[in-house]
Every structure is written in structure tokens, then in C-alpha cells.
Design a protein around this ligand. Sequence first.
Ligand SMILES: [Zn+2]
Length: 148
Amino acid sequence: MEIKIANQFVKTFREFLSSKGLRITNQRLAIFDAALQFNVHFTAEDLLDKARALDDSVSRATVYRSLPLLIESNLIRELDVGKDYKYYSANMDSKTFQAQVICVNCDKIFEIDAPFMEWYGKTVAEKLGLTVEGQKLQVTARCDRDCC
Ligand SMILES: [Zn+2]
């Protein structure tokens, strides 16, 4: 990722915190910075480990309180794949709708742009006179034969 892009996201996060009347603390910035470093989906515990490596004063409670803020600011997305914990991913790319394909053997989560699905959800909701608030498409599948 280019530094320029990262700075732009940090700026967005700072502006979001200010707009909510929240203080821009080193802990919050460390958590946000850590979230941007993942190339794969991460859990709250993964985020805690990485944020602590950046700033050892980050507490588990701060991570759990910061996650809803990051989601609300649209900087990270929450993925519920039907487990007792959630996955997260940094929302760095476009707003293109993403479908998740989850391997039933190794639990790996693949994401793929699915702009057609977004159009489809909008179309069916509008037929009923409704406005789309959110939608998801999750496909369970199997990776190549040697994934496990
Ligand atoms: Zn697999």
C-alpha cells in the first residue's frame, strides 16, 4: 500500500473521531494502523496482538470499543461467517460489493467483487418499494484438493 493512501485513511479516521467528539488517542491510532496492516481477514484478537506490537498500552477493552467506531467510519468491514466471533477487513478499495466464498475445509475466506449482486439487491428491493440497507452473499465451497 502506498504511504499516500494510508495517510488519506488516517486523515479520514481523525476526521471521523473529531466529528463524534472523540479524542484522537495514540491507542486508537495504533489500533487503526494495525487494522490497515492486515492483508487477510482478522479477528479482534489478531487486531489486539498487532496493535499491542505498535503500542503496548493498548488494552483489549480499547480494541473492542474501537471496532464499532472503525466499522461506523466505513474504514473496516465486519464479516459474519456464522462463527462465534467476527472477522474484519480493512475497507481500502472501492465500494464495490464483495461476495464471500468460504472454504468448508480450511475456513479460508475469499472475497470477490460482485457488482452484479449489488444491482440485483437494489432492483428487487425497489420492486417492493424498499430501500436497501445492506446485503450479503456468502458461498460455501471447497479450495483445491490440498487445502487441508
Ligand atoms: Zn480450503
